[in-house]
Ligand binder design. Sequence first.
Ligand code: ADP
Ligand code: MG
Length: 246
Amino acid sequence: MSLLERTATRYRGLRCSAIAAELPDLLARAEDNAMSYLAFADLLAEQEQHSRDHKRLAGNRKRAKLPADKRLEAFDYRHQTTITKRQVNALLDFGFIDNRENLVFIGPPGVGKTHLAIGIANKALDAGYKVLFRSALELVEELEIAEMKGELKKKLAQLTRFDLLVIDELGYLPMSRQARYNLFQLVHSFYEYRSLILTTNKDFTDWGEFFHNDNVAVPIIDRVIHHSNIFILGGESYRLKQKTTG
Ligand code: ADP
Ligand code: MG
């Protein structure tokens, strides 16, 4: 075994797989640039760190389960004029996540609520945050299954490992009392601890009705509203526009 092979094996054993893989190339760069010992030591560390960051972000992206590749860059503010690019860009320093605030996008179908939610989630992933996307339907089912197994607490603990949970299309489906209770538990465990993005077709004024003015639901709404940035979107459905113009 050559010295180079032995050294690469050592790095691999120390779980520095990026250094191990790139060692010949890194050595060549050091020689070509007549690097100082310190600069070379730093180059090795940088290589490993860079590769680990990259893997971490790729893992976060996979776990996020974004349902479609929607980018903010593709969002047309000439069509959707009830929110401005400035308002959306202001969210991208992710102060709202750091301050454990929520975003709520309210509006009729097709106005871009889910697009914005996924677009923001994408940027949050790029910035290193752990994100999870769920439709309200999926989430309610997931909580129900956990609850039936007596594992609701465990499930909530899993969910709060994410910095940001997107709940899409809240308010479309009728929910049992148990489902509302489970959702309340979720909102409770996220409150002032993690961030939510909600999209909904219901104005908050309708939510009492949606939740049957229930003594479980009203606190849910209060908690979501408290510490929320609420965006009320209107206008024509983009789907309809595409049908008629293209
Ligand atoms: P909502 O969630 O409000 O029902 P979506 O975000 O799913 O609406 O939008 C419907 C479709 O139209 C999606 O394919 C989305 O990418 C697209 N869309 C909606 N609004 C815009 C917009 N302003 N610019 C570009 N695409 C848009
Ligand atoms: Mg939607």
